[in-house]
Design a protein around this ligand. Structure first.
Ligand code: PRX
Length: 652
């Protein structure tokens, strides 16, 4: 292996002394326990961490694999896990600290959270007729009411499906219809960079024509004018104080669904990833404790948006399940300047800070020296998530933000895994830059050879798999069992048995550490957000002048990956004004998906490189986008000369 060995950074000794997992011996003991007695391991933690209304009678049922069941017979309510059980000890403790874009602040104690969530739950039940099992779409900005909405659904047994506020009306409509949601919870809008932006008008558009949605609840955040549709739209603030702050929690089975979250796959249609109650909340809490090692008086901040899985597990469910104080931030990290996060770390004495490599790269670029202007001495653990972090960004984060004393937990996981699966434990694992290191205890994560299903050799890229079901595993693709089986259990077998394949490639180093090398499928990772190339292609094809399109990822300095589209127009007489054509196509993408899917590069070509059977050779397009020399055999192409034509266009 020619790769230069990565340096190793040992955990901070002072920190390790009080950490939940203090050294590698303790880590190995946990992992050995799970390996030797898998069910015993999980039985122990499920009994210890969850306040059961009725105890479970079995740990894991694999009889209908891959449709597994965890903790059957057990009864609980996830909102009670996150709130009620803390009231004895933590009634006046801050559950959520909110900071708005413009610096407005709110501290919500556990008691206030209890009252707000119960009122919200009563409102959904009484006024909106939401019952156990109903789907509720949440299309909200980063305000505390988004968390109340999630927990209110959990309290009454409704299944929430959050749609990220950056998605367009079309994307929202698709998700509403797929989930057959009866209620949408939204806001008029919110603030970004001191200016109001709107959400309610997007909901209005998404509900045009036929829709399963009967009612819309609107939280007024920015006070801008919006349209109110009689008997459909209701004001949160007009109604909420009429509701009682006591709402009996629905008794839920361990395997009752908790939420859906749509994510991109390798087809044009997003998948409704389904997570169920007990296994998910157990893992959310355990990983909070192990990976961030949050202590009773700590203040923890994750900068994600509740519209993504990170916001679900590590802003709302995980921190609240363990009774922690979680910070919620409405704004953007670079406004009013790239010192904003560090100012907040100083002000709130943040102990654990968790963000995406894209944010780190931007903060590094725009504010290299900003961290030194603030007192960041409260920080103990720094986290990254969502995409590979490059060594220069890692170093800056470690040295300038963490003052070379904080552990960096490079947490690898996905929407489907519910919580972390590969990550350092901050008091135990010696870390290496840009390396997710080792499986979290209890997770049987292995890199397998794609052909043989054997464990991959050191230095050989293989498939990142999980070889045993884990409690927070995706349970289904909403309404599509076949897709669930095919998407995750179709590609890799170990000892003849289908195992969960993440879709990522990964490699072991000589210490057995895991480095994620990126997706092996047609999914690209833009600023830590998953985007299916097929989804973007389907959007571009809606432009009436587009005959064919192929979308690939291309390395991007800040976003990790950018979106590169090769477009063949219907009239093959050249493009009159390429700039206008790019704008027109991007406008279609904005309507169909949202700004997050806009193309960074677009090239018009007379044709695409295809095999004689008509398959587009994306590998060639990826190489061209990266500016690599084409080394692969192109003689099998229907028209090999197209490669040179496209190369010339890209390089011109
Ligand atoms: O490719 C991996 C990448 O993000 C994908 C999951 O995306 P999503 O479901 O949107 O969840 C993002 C937040 C968990 C993975 O399949 N990914 C996630 N974390 C890392 C990562 N790639 C490298 N290193 C990571 N730490």
């Amino acid at each position: 292996m020619s790769e230069i060995k990565k340096p190793v950074f040992k955990p901070n000794k002072e920190f390790s002394k009080n950490a939940r997992v203090k050294n590698m011996c303790e880590y190995n003991d946990l992992q050995d326990w799970a390996t030797e007695d898998y069910e015993g391991f999980w039985e122990h933690f499920a009994s210890e961490k969850i306040t059961w209304k009725e105890p479970f009678t079995s740990v894991l049922d694999e009889s209908n694999t891959p449709f597994v069941k965890w903790f059957e017979g057990g009864k609980l309510n996830v909102a009670e896990q996150c709130i009620d059980r803390h009231l004895d000890k933590r009634k006046n403790k801050a559950a959520i600290i909110f900071e708005g874009d413009r610096g407005d602040k709110q501290v919500i104690t556990y008691l206030q959270l209890f009252q707000n969530v119960n009122r919200f739950a009563n409102l959904l039940k009484n006024k909106f007729d939401v019952k156990k099992g109903d789907r509720v779409v949440i299309y909200m900005p980063m305000i505390p009411e988004a968390a109340y909405a999630m927990l209110a659904c959990a309290r009454i047994g409704a299944i929430h499906s959050i749609v990220f506020g950056g998605f367009s009306a079309e994307a929202l409509k698709d998700r509403i219809e797929d989930a057959d949601a009866k209620v949408v919870i939204t806001a008029d809008g919110a603030f970004r960079k001191d200016k109001p932006y709107m959400l309610k008008n997007v909901v209005d558009k998404a509900l045009e024509g036929s829709t399963p949605v009967k009612k819309v609840l609107v939280v007024e955040r920015n006070g801008e004018d919006i349209e109110w549709i009689a008997n459909r739209d209701y004001s949160y603030y007009e109604l909420i104080n009429n509701e009682s702050d006591k709402c009996e929690a629905e008794v839920m089975d361990s395997e009752d669904p908790l939420f859906l979250l749509y994510t991109s796959g390798s087809t044009g249609k997003p998948k409704g990833v389904q997570h169920n109650s007990a296994g998910y909340i157990l893992w959310a809490q355990m990983t909070m404790e192990w990976v961030f090692d949050v202590k009773e008086n700590d203040t923890y901040w994750c900068t994600a948006d509740v519209g993504w899985i990170t916001g679900h597990t590590y802003i709302v469910y995980g921190p609240l399940a363990m009774g922690a104080t979680t910070v919620m931030f409405e704004g953007v990290p670079t406004y009013p300047d790239a010192g904003r996060p560090w100012k907040m770390v100083e002000e709130y004495k943040i102990n654990q800070f968790y963000t995406a490599p894209t944010a780190i790269r931007v903060l590094h670029k725009l504010g290299e020296n900003e961290p030194s202007k603030y007192d960041l001495s409260s920080l103990k653990v720094l986290g990254t998530v969502g995409e590979p972090i490059d060594p220069p960004a890692w170093r800056w984060y470690y040295e300038q933000v963490g003052n070379s004393k904080c552990a960096i937990v490079d947490t690898y996981w996905q929407t489907e895994t519910g919580g972390h699966i590969v990550s350092p434990l901050p008091g135990a694992t010696p870390i290496k830059p840009a390396c997710a290191t080792l499986p979290v205890p209890g997770i049987m994560a292995e890199i397998l050879d794609s052909q043989t299903g054997e464990k991959a050799e050191v230095g050989e890229t293989g498939y990142m798999c999980i070889t045993k079901p884990w409690p927070a595993q995706i349970r289904n693709v909403w309404g599509d069992e076949e897709r669930y089986k095919k998407s995750y259990f179709g590609d890799v077998k170990k000892d003849g048995k289908a195992v969960y394949f993440t879709g990522d490639g990964a490699v072991y180093d000589e210490d057995g550490y895991i480095t994620i090398t990126g997706r092996t499928d047609d999914v690209i990772n833009v600023s830590g957000h998953r985007m299916g190339t097929a989804e973007v292609e389907a959007a571009i094809k809606k432009h009436p002048n587009v005959a064919e399109v192929a979308v690939v990822g291309k390395p991007h300095e800040l976003k990790g990956e950018g979106i590169f589209a090769y477009v063949v127009l219907k009239q093959d007489d050249g493009v009159a004004d390429e700039v206008e054509e790019v704008k027109a196509i991007n406008a279609v993408i904005k309507t169909e998906i949202g700004n997050i899917a806009l193309c960074d590069d677009m090239v018009f070509a007379p044709n695409l490189p295809k095999t004689r059977s008509g398959k587009i050779m994306r590998r060639i397009l990826r190489s061209i986008a990266k500016g690599e020399k084409i080394t692969q055999d192109i003689s099998t192409l229907e028209d090999p000369s197209i490669v040179k034509i496209i190369e010339d266009k890209v390089n011109s």
